[in-house]
Write a protein that binds this ligand. Structure first.
Ligand code: CA2
Length: 148
């Protein structure tokens, strides 16, 4: 694997509130803490870490990743349960895509059980809190190395 591998880590709506509300579900780490964990887990690889509350912005960033990234990690938050646009954008990618959730949506309300992202993803990590981001970075690096 080249040292210059770029991994996009995209975060969807309300994840900017992490650490401030519902710590019993989402933990006490802020998104800035989680970004730091990703940077440490990535070693020499480059992390592009972003959050938006807007569906179209996520689509724009996924399209950007087609040109600039070797792997993409996405916590789509609630848009995972609603967005055909995210599904379609992710389906255009040929790089590994990891869907990530802090909680385990399958163990929560029924409306969280379906994901439009899962069927466009290489794999899914859910239920491990902030540590899931480190696991996702490791999984992304493994996939990038396999393809090198
Ligand atoms: O477990 C996850 O990571 C989720 O993607 C989080 C989403 C939820 O809609 C998904 O079903 C599972 C919600 C993100 C909201 O984040 C908050 C953070 C702090 C306080 C309130 C909401």
């Amino acid at each position: 694997m080249s040292d210059t591998s770029v991994i996009y880590v995209l975060n969807g709506p309300n994840l900017n509130l992490l650490g401030a509300r519902e710590p019993e579900i989402y933990g006490r780490d802020t998104l800035a803490d989680i970004e730091q964990r990703c940077l440490t887990a990535a070693g020499d690889a480059r992390i592009v870490f972003r959050q938006t509350n807007h569906e179209g912005v996520l689509v724009d960033w996924i399209q950007e990743a087609r040109e600039k990234a070797q792997a993409l990690i996405i916590n789509p938050a609630a848009y995972g349960h609603t967005s055909v646009a995210l599904h379609d954008a992710l389906k255009t990618l040929t790089i590994p895509v990891i869907e990530l959730h802090l909680s385990n949506p399958a163990a929560r309300e029924a409306f969280r059980h379906h994901s439009y992202v899962s069927s466009a993803a290489t794999g899914v990590i859910a239920g491990f809190g902030a540590a899931g981001y480190e696991l996702a970075v490791q999984a992304a690096l493994t996939k990038v190395r396999e393809r090198a």
